[in-house]
Design a protein around this ligand. Structure first.
Ligand SMILES: CCCCCCCCCCCCCCCC(=O)SCCNC(=O)CCNC(=O)[C@H](O)C(C)(C)COP(=O)(O)O
Ligand SMILES: Nc1ncnc2c1ncn2[C@@H]1O[C@H](COP(=O)(O)O)[C@@H](OP(=O)(O)O)[C@H]1O
Length: 363
């Protein structure tokens, strides 16, 4: 296989991003919302989006480029999908994914340290028990449900304590009512109850019971997944790139429409005003929107329609590039804000070894 400039880009993008992220993390401290829309709806469902966009491109560009065949493309996709599945998902409910096996084999476990067990006289929630208020609250609810489900009659002490915490959190009280037990005794009680009922060997199961993963070496699932996704999309772009560029250049009509309708929409009818000075409330927004003359509204709808058609139907390569950029951005954020360097490297390496082989040997 010859080493083109594109190949160098394909093989170096993720490792270089990790390096840059590490360097940036020395100077910048990032607070990232784990429950933000990008992470929740896109990255965490990333293999779905990547498969959809990847396959859609293959179908729309009439197959698989000069070098590819259906069989080869399918083989590459199948290898990457199986590897993603084995590494990050449970094959069946009791089996742990490979990344969680590494974690538990290196001393990690699911913890239920709900209460702060330092010797403060007032009861409080352990700072490490999940990172945000809403996550704590939902984890407490899961924990309570698990305790209730696990035993027909949970010890009264346990039951009282857990319902008390739920109340404490929702009411935002400063301390717990004193029980005849210490915080660390209660932590152990909860911990041993759950661990004796179930073999908690995956992060998914741990989270679903309200616990959190601590200790051990936890290869970054995000870095693993994003590396696999970037390499798949960029790897397949090699096969369809030339054809996609040719198609992109033939759509002069769309650019003309964009210019005409776009200028009309922006210069007339107060639309620009609406964008430049958005009203404070939704109600005012819709009221002002209603004041836009109907023909401008129609042109706006036409513009949105033709843009959607231009991207989704005629030039899905735009989607491929957008998604690749989105994944790359999330990779950078992950390398700056999450995990240790070694956990990032192991996530990267596990994806890279297989994706590297696929795009080195199977193209
Ligand atoms: C000749 C062949 C023609 C085929 C034509 C196909 C037509 C196109 C249709 C394609 C449909 C898409 C199918 C996709 C199948 C899926 O992948 S569905 C599952 C999606 N799931 C995900 O994406 C989950 C990804 N998330 C994770 O792996 C983990 O959450 C994580 C990011 C690794 C994090 O793990 P934590 O434990 O939370 O840290
Ligand atoms: N780019 C990103 N944006 C937001 N959250 C991210 C992120 N990368 C990683 N995370 C979060 O960091 C944690 C560790 O990720 P991972 O082990 O998959 O690399 C996960 O938390 P949760 O699992 O609690 O959602 C994940 O959601």
């Amino acid at each position: 296989m010859e080493l083109s400039l594109y190949k160098i880009f394909l093989f170096s993008l993720c490792p270089l991003t990790l390096l840059v992220g590490q360097l940036v993390s020395f100077r910048v401290h990032l607070e990232v919302d784990k429950d933000g829309w990008l992470n929740t709806y896109f990255v965490k469902q990333g293999w779905f989006w990547t498969s959809l966009v990847g396959w859609w491109c293959m179908i729309r560009y009439g197959g698989f480029g000069p070098r590819g065949t259906w069989k080869r493309t399918l083989l590459r996709y199948a290898i990457l999908t199986v590897w993603w599945f084995v590494f990050t998902q449970s094959l069946w409910s009791e089996a742990a994914p490979l990344m969680d096996m590494v974690f538990t084999a290196t001393g990690g476990r699911c913890s239920f340290e709900v209460f702060d067990s330092s010797d403060s006289p007032t009861w409080s929630i352990n700072e490490k028990f999940h990172d945000t208020f809403s996550r704590r609250q939902s984890s407490l609810q899961k924990l309570y449900a698990a305790l209730k489900k696990g035993a027909q009659n949970p010890p009264t002490l346990l039951q009282n304590a857990v319902s008390e915490i739920g109340y404490w959190i929702s009411e935002g009280k400063g301390h717990l009512r004193g029980e005849d037990v210490t915080p660390s005794q209660l932590n152990s009680l909860i911990d041993s109850a759950l661990h004796s009922w179930k073999k908690i060997n995956s992060s998914y199961l741990c989270r679903s019971l309200g616990g959190y993963w601590i200790g051990g070496h936890d290869p970054s699932g995000h870095i693993f997944l994003i590396t696999l996704m970037c390499m798949f999309l960029l790897g397949e772009l090699q096969a369809i790139g030339k054809r996609a560029l040719r198609v992109l250049k033939t759509h002069n009509r769309y650019w003309q429409q964009l210019r005409e309708h776009g200028t009309n929409v922006l210069t007339m009818g107060g639309f620009w005003n609406l964008v430049a000075h958005p009203p404070a409330t939704k109600k005012q927004f819709f009221k002002q929107l209603g004041l836009i003359p109907p023909n401008i509204g129609l042109q706006l709808i036409q513009l949105i329609g033709s843009t959607a058609r231009f991207i989704v139907w005629d030039n899905p390569v735009v989607l491929l590039v957008l998604f690749t950029f989105l994944w790359w951005w999330s990779l950078l954020i992950t390398t700056i804000a999450f995990h240790t360097l070694w956990e990032q490297l192991s996530g990267l390496l596990c994806a890279y070894v297989v994706a590297g082989f696929v795009y080195w040997k199977l193209v």
